[in-house]
Design a binder for this molecule. Structure first.
Ligand SMILES: Nc1nc2c(c(=O)[nH]1)N[C@H]1C(S)=C(S)[C@@H](COP(=O)(O)OP(=O)(O)OC[C@H]3O[C@@H](n4cnc5c(N)ncnc54)[C@H](O)[C@@H]3O)O[C@H]1N2
Ligand code: MOO
Length: 599
């Protein structure tokens, strides 16, 4: 099996960690996993083991049931589940199948330990004292190597080399690997292989890369009240000052008991409401009537829900079997005191606000908002609300751009519609650059000759006028006036929005402190033929929905002219057809980028 076949269905990056035994793979992973968790990465690990390993313990029900013939044994609680499946195979287990068993919606990355011989991208670990040969010399899939001080590497080694004790360096490498990773068959925003010097137009990916190289994250942090922190980005890791939940408490309205297998009737000694607690210590055979969320009395270990109880004269009896520890939420089971609750660089939404509130925090460390100045250009462009002059159109671009900026959480400076004279443009651009981190204009970046914006941009700053091989949004100006970034977006209303999503959004997110942001992309089945051209990325407006089988499918919104703003209103996603795709027929898979983040 080649690597594409093994990783064909992977939605998250997969990196092998390979080494001969004795190198300290597990020791390193035990430090690396918490460091990657700290950086916001949720991890799964697949580990190759000896043929007769077992995770179960003789005497446990699951062990006994397996040994008496259950070929698959799934044991689960509300916090953990484990599937033990007997499977005799010749040779190594099938990694593709194992990867398919991981719930990839719940992790950001999979690390694979073992499976040294598979052509999977791998990090090699090497210690001289183990006395084994290098793997990278005969395995092209090694992406980097981490070695100890005594290792002698060949002089002509071309791989990234790290110190095996440099945890941060290794975590940086893995973070970068994950950021650069693309699923098999993924090329949207990439290129069909024509990223060479002879190419006249930039690919979308090249444009994004050039822009991101110039973007510096804001360095000023400030404090935001929790209630006003929506869409701000955390400037520090938040560690929990308390256990969540704070007390071991009841998950049900019912009776807390000190479980006694020999007791069939418990004496009710008190009642505890949420917000109160029972002072005494429960003795075997005693129960306390308890409400959901109330702290578990000392001595109690189990809660039985009220529906299963019959109380009579301070005595309570229960139906059914009672498991030790049932319906009890342990203190700190969500977040323990001191544990990382949310990492820096996380955008704050409703869930984050709720979580931070549950820790008792009401002031949050956040990066300051970038200031973004926006204006429109063109003599034909009129302010909505004012009379429309002959042969003119109302300004829509300033509203779509500002709407998206507000959704992103930027501070917007509205500079209106600029008068089409060189002096007016120069004054406005200079003023905008002096007060903003980013200036966004629309219109006048193509080849028309009625606009002054191009010569003025060139005079005041260092500006490139690019042609991106995409549709819509082919012309794009990008550069700087002093330290202020300048985006000249194309005038056509859909082109403005698409260019904003693809180029301005990643730049602003990087500036706002969200490292390695990537747009959400899903695979959907096209229900109709779609226009494509090899060498050009198409961003068609689409309507995605689940079909009767629960699968994601997408159709276009119809006519795709780059002035047809109603296509953005009708649609709920961009259909991204990459440069290599010669045709899209009904039933073919395409990538979709939902609007949800911005519109
Ligand atoms: N000979 C060529 N003509 C055009 C080319 C080309 O390569 N060669 N490219 C086309 C493409 S693609 C685009 S996109 C547009 C972009 O041109 P500009 O950025 O110079 O935009 P304008 O010409 O100023 O305006 C285009 C279009 O958009 C309307 N517009 C402008 N501003 C607004 C606004 N604020 N709100 C609403 N609509 C706006 C404007 O009236 C025009 O209809 O150039 C093609 N032409
Ligand atoms: O590329 Mo233009 O953006 O077709 O409208």
């Amino acid at each position: 099996m080649n690597v594409d076949q093994i990783l064909a269905d992977c939605q998250v990056p997969v990196l092998g960690i390979c080494a001969y035994s004795g190198t300290g793979k597990t020791t390193l992973l035990k430090k690396l996993i918490p460091e990657l968790n700290r950086r916001g990465k949720r991890l799964a690990v697949v580990k190759h083991a000896h043929h007769n390993f077992d995770v179960d313990v003789p005497g446990k029900d699951s062990y006994e049931l397996r040994k008496c013939g259950a070929e698959q044994m799934l044991v689960a609680s509300h916090v953990r589940r484990c599937l033990m499946a007997e499977r005799m195979t010749d040779g190594d287990p099938d990694l593709k199948e194992l990867l398919g068993m991981i719930d990839q919606t719940r992790v950001d990355m999979i690390l694979v330990e073992g499976f040294k011989k598979l052509p999977l991208p791998k990090l090699e670990l090497h210690r001289a004292e183990v006395g084994k040969p290098f793997v990278f010399t005969h395995d092209d899939a090694i992406e980097a190597i981490a070695v100890d001080a005594d290792t002698q590497l060949p002089e002509d080694i071309e791989l990234p080399v790290m110190d095996i004790n440099d945890l941060n360096g290794i975590a940086d490498f893995i973070e970068q690997f994950a950021a650069d990773w693309k699923p098999v068959g993924y090329a949207p925003l990439g290129s069909c292989g024509c990223d060479d010097m002879t190419r006249k137009q930039l690919s979308v990916a090249q444009g994004i890369a050039r822009i991101l190289k110039e973007v510096k994250p804001v360095t000023e942090a400030e404090t935001a009240p929790l209630m006003e922190s929506q869409n701000r980005v955390l400037s520090q890791d938040i560690h929990s000052p308390i256990n969540v939940p704070q007390h071991t408490n009841s998950a049900m309205d019912g009776y807390a008991i000190a479980l006694d297998d020999n007791c069939d009737s418990y004496k009710v000694v008190a009642q505890v409401m949420a917000g109160y607690h029972y002072d005494g210590t429960l003795k075997a055979g005693e129960a306390v009537k308890i409400m959901t969320g109330a702290p578990l009395p000392a001595g109690a270990d189990t809660v039985v829900m009220r529906e299963l109880a019959t109380e009579d004269n301070d005595q309570v009896q229960f139906e059914g079997t009672i498991e030790l520890g049932q319906n009890v939420r342990q203190a700190g089971e969500d977040i323990a005191t001191g544990a990382l609750a949310i990492h820096s660089g996380k955008r704050i939404g409703a869930a984050e606000q709720g979580l931070l509130a549950s820790l008792g925090l009401n002031q949050l460390p956040v990066w300051r908002k970038p200031k973004v100045a926006v204006f429109s250009t063109g003599d034909e462009v009129c302010q909505p609300g004012e009379p429309l002059k002959p042969n003119c159109i109302f300004d829509s671009n300033r509203f779509t751009v500002q709407g998206m900026l507000q959704k992103l959480g930027c501070e917007v400076i509205d500079l209106g519609i600029l008068e089409d004279t060189e002096e007016a443009m120069a004054t406005a651009l200079e003023k905008a650059a002096a007060q903003a981190d980013v200036v966004i204009t629309s219109g006048g970046v193509s080849v028309g000759d009625a606009d002054f914006i191009k010569p003025v941009m060139e005079r005041l700053g260092s500006i490139d006028f690019w042609r991106i091989s995409m549709r819509p949004g082919r012309p794009l100006a990008f550069g700087k006036i002093g330290d202020t970034l300048l985006f000249g977006l194309p005038g056509n209303p859909v082109a403005v929005m698409v260019s904003f999503m693809q180029f301005v959004q990643p730049a602003l997110r990087k500036m706002m402190g969200e490292p390695n942001w990537k747009p959400q992309m899903f695979r959907a089945t096209a229900t109709e033929s779609m226009l494509t051209r090899v060498g050009r990325t198409e961003f068609q407006r689409g309507i995605m929905k689940l079909n009767a089988l629960g699968e994601l499918e997408v159709a276009t919104t119809g006519y795709q002219g780059s002035g047809v703003l109603s296509s953005m209103v009708l649609g709920n996603c961009l259909i991204v057809i990459d440069e290599c795709q010669a045709e899209v027929n009904p039933g073919d898979k395409v990538w979709v980028q939902p609007f949800a983040d911005l519109l």
